[in-house]
Design a protein around this ligand. Sequence first.
Ligand code: B12
Length: 221
Amino acid sequence: MNREEILERIRRLMVEIRIDEVKEAVDEALRMGIKPLDIIDNALTPAIREIGDLFEKGEYFLPELIISADLFKEIMDEKLKPLLTAEGSAREVLGRVVIGTVKGDLHDIGKNIVATMLEIAGFEVYDLGVDVAPEEFVRKAKEVNADIVAMSALLTTTMIEMKNVIELLKREGLRDKVKVIVGGAPVTEEFARQIGADAYAEDAVKAVEVCKKLVGEKTGN
Ligand code: B12
């Protein structure tokens, strides 16, 4: 089997939620020397998005969504994250990032990937989890003297919470001290601009690039 075939196999097994077989296929891909990030970006993420589409079409229901999300997290925690962390060699602290999924939103798979990649790149990451109120983002940003506040939202109904966090940062006099980056499937560059965020990134790799640029702007490098 070549790279394309094994990634396609993982994607298909994941969409069919064949738990043991997906795990075996991931092990097989790793044995073939395929990079963890390649498996995340080109097999697991497309699969879970397809599951979301099937849910929207009424072909899958909430249990399928929950089981597949758990499976994704299990594969991340048990198989891929340890390898990603071991690969990371950066030890110089690039900056402090407070990250969380906004209030009312429980989606955290994408946010966790972003947090992991930032950590590997050398950022000190404070992950507040999910359903994070604006006050909590601001309190933590103050406490750790954050360089960046990073917010994730997966629901069109919760995206607007990002604006509430930015407004609170302004009211607390912190807005010129921290950079704000936003992301998540429904979030766009245009939306980021509208709400007054400094940046948007569509995936975890881009998020790292953009965060490096943001701390560079802060320190004038
Ligand atoms: C898994 C999932 C769930 C799981 C979440 C489990 C978990 N622990 O995360 C569960 C079952 C809990 C769930 C619940 C619900 N869900 Co849901 N879910 C999904 C699904 C299928 C996949 C999301 C995902 O993990 N994607 C994989 C990751 C890797 O991708 P990602 O999140 O986009 O992240 C990447 C980028 O966006 C970016 N990124 C993400 N965050 C950030 C942050 C920053 C700062 C940056 C820079 C970048 C960045 O980088 C990531 C890595 O590359 C999506 C479908 C979809 N197309 O997104 C629906 C989806 C988001 N859910 C949906 C819905 C409707 C719901 C529910 C309301 C269902 C219900 N009736 O109860 C509830 C809401 C619960 C709540 N209050 O939050 C809808 C939303 C529709 C809308 N218009 O808002 C979707 C789109 C499905 C659909 N097509 O209908 N869901």
